[in-house]
Design a protein around this ligand. Structure first.
Ligand code: BGC
Length: 392
């Protein structure tokens, strides 16, 4: 076990997960904002003020504290910290320092993601993940974060879902920069891994001994007749090529929402109970993906995201209950899982789908930003206290 693995917070981490762009507001200096405000994209509305958490973070942290959750996963916006190449904003760093300190003042451990989907415009304008210098730039950014904020970080996640950024942005063309090209997609996946290593290196060199890992989007793939080959191809680029190279990381962040069935001609649309996102209602995916990640990567796991987009809060509770039942079972079997982070604290900006999907355990009024706890918030708070006993 590495020194950094020894530095995991003691006890199981219970938290909610968020990302800067989706809740803060003020994201105009990014590739995403440009994409959302450009005509003829599938993005339904711009992010604008999001949940105004840049100004209301104390309120958000009060909610987390009131729920008795001991951890919070948040992300830093690179576009705010380094708005122009090589120019670092003292104000943005001071702001994030205040947020992290406020977490600690409330007894909340900080799980900090450095890159969650968005790029500063200057990076996007220099070909983003296709520029041969991307790993160096992300490394420089990570170095700055490590130096300025490392002493307030309890867990660091380098890149959130590098596989989804590559898939949606470079193969399916539905995220910026809207590319559909298999060979460019493959190269971007390689650039993601190189960037992860560059960031990990810089974080390791800075103050602190916190564990460092990446967060991977994973699926429970199910094969219908004739789907085996397709599954191997998809799972290789989406999961295995990542899981194969992270054995020197301190943990792997698993993010899962559903199962995907594959047949001879590709994805078979979900049937049975289908969520508002069009996903199969399948909380069992947590146990499945945790085991797969641990078996293949051989390092501790944190469930860094899991949840459901629904207007039906009863359905959310049922989903979380199923997820935690599966988690209790695999922990009982001996899997090394260090924490669970429900996605998400707030109803927030769901990328191309805008504000329609509701992933939060807390509702946010779109005009006043008033936060209102849903029944699932109290349920989750209680579940964390009853775990694992009442989930067996
Ligand atoms: C992403 C989040 C997103 C969530 C729900 C994950 O893929 O990391 O940013 O909001 O799923 O769709």
């Amino acid at each position: 076990m590495s020194d950094r693995q020894m530095a995991f917070p003691s006890g199981f981490m219970w938290g909610t997960s968020t990302s800067g762009y989706q809740i803060e507001g003020g994201g105009e200096n990014t590739d995403w904002y440009r994409y959302e405000t450009k005509p003829d994209t599938i993005a339904v509305e711009p992010c604008d003020d999001a949940c105004d958490s840049w100004n209301r973070y104390e309120e958000d942290l009060d909610i987390i504290e009131s729920l008795g959750l001991n951890s919070f996963r948040l992300s830093l916006e690179w576009a705010k910290i380094e708005p122009q190449q090589g120019v670092f904003s003292k104000d943005a760093v001071a702001h994030y320092r205040d947020v992290l300190k406020a977490c600690h003042a409330k007894g909340i451990q900080t799980v900090v993601t450095l890159h969650h989907f968005t790029l500063p415009l200057w990076v996007a304008d220099l070909d983003g993940f296709e520029n041969p210098r991307i790993a160096e730039w992300m490394g420089n950014y990570a170095k700055h974060v490590a130096t300025e904020l490392g002493d307030e970080i309890d867990i660091a996640c380098t890149i959130n879902e590098p596989n989804i950024v590559a898939l949606m942005g470079y193969l399916l063309g539905v995220f910026p920069p809207e590319v559909r090209d298999r060979s460019r997609y493959d190269k971007v996946n390689e650039a993601m891994r190189a960037s992860h290593f560059a960031m990990r290196e810089e974080l390791r060199n800075g103050p602190g001994t916190y564990p460092i890992g990446m967060c991977l989007s994973m699926q429970e793939y199910v094969c219908a007749e004739g789907g085996e080959e397709t599954m191997e191809i998809i799972r290789s680029s989406m999961e295995d090529q990542y899981l194969a190279v992270v054995s020197d990381d301190d943990f792997i962040g698993v993010q899962c929402y559903t199962k995907i069935e594959l047949g001879a001609s590709g994805i078979i649309p979900a049937t049975g109970e289908v969520t508002e996102m069009g996903y199969a209602f399948w909380p069992q995916c947590v146990a499945y993906t945790v085991c797969r990640a641990a078996d293949v990567a051989g390092i501790p796991v944190i469930v860094t995201e899991n949840g459901i987009g629904t207007n039906d809060d009863e359905q959310r509770i049922r989903y979380l209950e199923g997820a935690l039942q599966g988690l209790a079972k695999v922990i009982d079997e001996g899997y090394d899982v260090r924490g669970y982070f429900q996605w998400s604290l707030l109803d927030n900006f769901e990328w191309t789908l805008g504000y329609r999907p509701k992933f939060g355990i807390v509702a946010v009024d779109r005009s006043t930003f008033k936060r209102t706890l849903k029944p699932s918030a109290a349920w989750y708070s209680d579940a964390a206290k009853r775990f694992p006993e009442s989930f067996k």
